[in-house]
Ligand binder design. Structure first.
Ligand code: NAD
Ligand code: TYD
Length: 357
C-alpha cells in the first residue's frame, strides 16, 4: 500500500483540473482538496461523480488571496500541490490581458510564497515527499515553422498575453526552486481536448456550432498546426510527473497528433454528418467561414515528449481519431452540463463573438 497522499489541486473545477481530480480519486490512498475561485470557465458539474466521495473536498477561493491560500494549506496539510488555476484562453488575453497578469503571474506568486512558508515548517521527512507541480503550456516557446519540435531547453519566446503570463509564472516557479529550495516541477503540454472543456476553445466550439448548423469561424486560412493531447492522457502524465519526476525538472507532454485547424474542423463536420445528420445542411463543411486571423497567431506547435515517455514510462493512449469521437459523443450526451453554462456571462460573450443561439 502507498502512503496516503494529500493533493491540493488549484483550478480543479476547470477542464484539465477536473480530469486530474477524477483521475486522482481513482486511487483510494489519495485525498484531494480542489481550490478554485469558479470563474466563467469552471463547472462543478464536471465533478458531480466525486461530490460524495469522502476523499474529496472543495474550497472556493482565489489564488491571489494570500490568506485564503494559507488557510487551505494549513487546514489540508498537503503533500503535493498541482497548480492548474489560470486564465487560459488566448483570445480573451488579447481583449483583456489584466486578468491573465493577475491570476497567472501574481496568483502563481502567491501560491509559491505560501508553499515556501509551509514547506519550511514541515518535518524533514515531510519535506522529502513534498512537491509543487506547475502546469504550463508549450505556447511559452512561441511559434515553430514547418519543421522541428519543442524540447525541454527550447528558449522562451511567447507571443500572446496568455503565453507571456504563463512564461512569467514558469520563471517564478523555477526561481522559487533555485533560490529557496522549493521542490518544484514544471510540465509544458500541447493543446488539450476532451470532455468538459469550456466551448470557447476550438474543438468544443466547433462541435456545438456544427451540431446546431451555425457558422464555423476558422482564423486565417486554417493552416495553423496544433498538437492535440487527450485530456485524460494529460491527467495521467501530470500525476506521474508529480510522483516520480525529478525535482527541478521540466517535462514536455504531447499527444503526437499534429493537425491543421482546417483538418480538425472538417473531421468534426464529417463525424457529425455521419452520427447526427442535419435536417437541412447535408455537408456541415459548408458552414466553414474563414475569418480575420488572430493577431500574433502562432503558426505551429509540436512537442517532443520522448524524454518524459522514457523517464516515466508514460505514453498517450488515445489517438486523435478515437479521442475526437469520444469527445463529440460526450458533447452530444451532456445537455445538463451544457445548459449550466448557457447562461449569464457565457451567453453574453458568445452572443457578442459568435452567432450563438
Ligand atoms: P480552464 O480555463 O478550463 O480552467 C481554469 C480553472 O482555474 C477554472 O476552474 C477557474 O475557475 C480556475 N481559476 C481561474 N482563476 C482562478 C483564481 N484566480 N483562483 C482560483 N482558481 C482560478 O483551464 P484548463 O484548460 O483546464 O487549463 C488548466 C491549466 O493548464 C492552465 O494553467 C493552463 O494554462 C494549462 N494548459 C492548458 C492547455 C489547454 O489546452 N487547455 C494547454 C496547456 C496548458
Ligand atoms: P484555441 O482552442 O483557442 O487554443 P490555442 O489558441 O491555445 O492554440 O485555438 C486552437 C487553434 O484554433 C488556434 O490556432 C486558433 C484556432 N481557432 C480558430 O480558427 N477559430 C476559433 O473560433 C478558435 C476559438 C480558434
Amino acid at each position: 500500500m502507498n502512503s496516503p497522499r494529500r493533493v491540493l489541486v488549484t483550478g480543479g473545477a476547470g477542464f484539465i483540473g477536473s480530469s486530474v481530480v477524477r483521475h486522482l480519486l481513482e486511487d483510494p490512498d489519495v485525498e484531494v482538496l480542489n481550490f478554485d475561485s469558479l470563474t466563467y470557465a469552471a463547472n462543478l458539474l464536471s465533478l458531480q461523480c466525486c461530490a460524495d466521495n469522502p476523499h474529496y473536498r472543495f474550497q472556493r477561493g482565489d489564488i491571489c488571496d494570500l490568506e485564503a491560500v494559507q488557510q487551505a494549506f494549513t487546514e489540508f496539510h498537503p503533500t503535493h500541490i498541482l497548480h492548474l488555476a489560470a486564465e487560459s484562453h488566448v483570445d480573451r488575453s488579447l481583449t483583456g490581458p489584466e486578468a491573465f497578469i493577475k491570476t497567472n503571474v501574481l496568483g502563481t506568486g502567491v501560491m509559491l510564497q505560501v508553499a515556501r512558508d509551509y514547506f519550511d515548517r514541515l518535518s524533514s521527512e515531510e519535506r522529502e515527499n513534498f512537491r509543487f507541480l506547475h502546469v504550463s503550456t508549450d505556447e511559452v516557446f512561441g511559434s515553430l515553422g514547418d519543421e522541428g519540435q519543442f524540447q525541454p531547453d527550447t528558449p522562451y519566446d511567447p507571443s500572446s498575453p496568455y503565453s507571456a503570463s504563463k512564461a512569467g509564472s514558469d520563471h517564478l516557479v523555477r526561481a522559487w526552486g533555485r533560490s529557496f529550495g522549493l521542490p518544484v516541477l514544471i510540465t509544458n503540454c500541447s493543446n488539450n481536448y476532451g470532455p468538459c472543456q469550456f466551448p470557447e476553445k476550438l474543438i468544443p466550439l466547433m462541435i456545438l456550432n456544427a451540431k446546431e448548423g451555425i457558422k464555423l469561424p476558422v482564423y486565417g486560412k486554417g493552416d495553423n498546426v496544433r498538437d492535440w493531447l487527450y485530456v485524460e492522457d494529460h491527467a495521467r502524465a501530470i500525476w506521474s510527473v508529480a510522483q516520480n519526476g525529478k525535482v527541478g525538472g521540466t517535462y514536455l507532454v504531447g499527444g503526437e497528433e499534429e493537425h491543421t485547424n482546417l483538418d480538425v474542423v472538417e473531421t468534426i463536420c464529417n463525424i457529425l454528418d455521419e452520427e447526427i445528420p442535419h435536417a437541412e445542411i447535408k455537408d456541415r463543411k459548408s458552414l466553414i467561414e474563414f475569418v480575420t486571423d488572430r493577431p500574433g497567431h502562432d503558426f505551429r506547435y509540436a512537442i517532443d515528449s520522448s524524454a518524459t515517455c522514457k523517464e516515466l514510462g508514460w505514453a498517450p493512449q488515445e489517438s486523435f481519431e478515437t479521442g475526437l469521437r469520444r469527445t463529440i459523443r460526450w458533447y452530444l450526451e451532456n445537455d445538463a452540463w451544457l445548459e449550466s453554462i448557457r447562461s449569464g456571462a457565457y451567453r453574453e460573450w458568445m452572443e457578442e463573438n459568435y452567432a450563438w443561439r
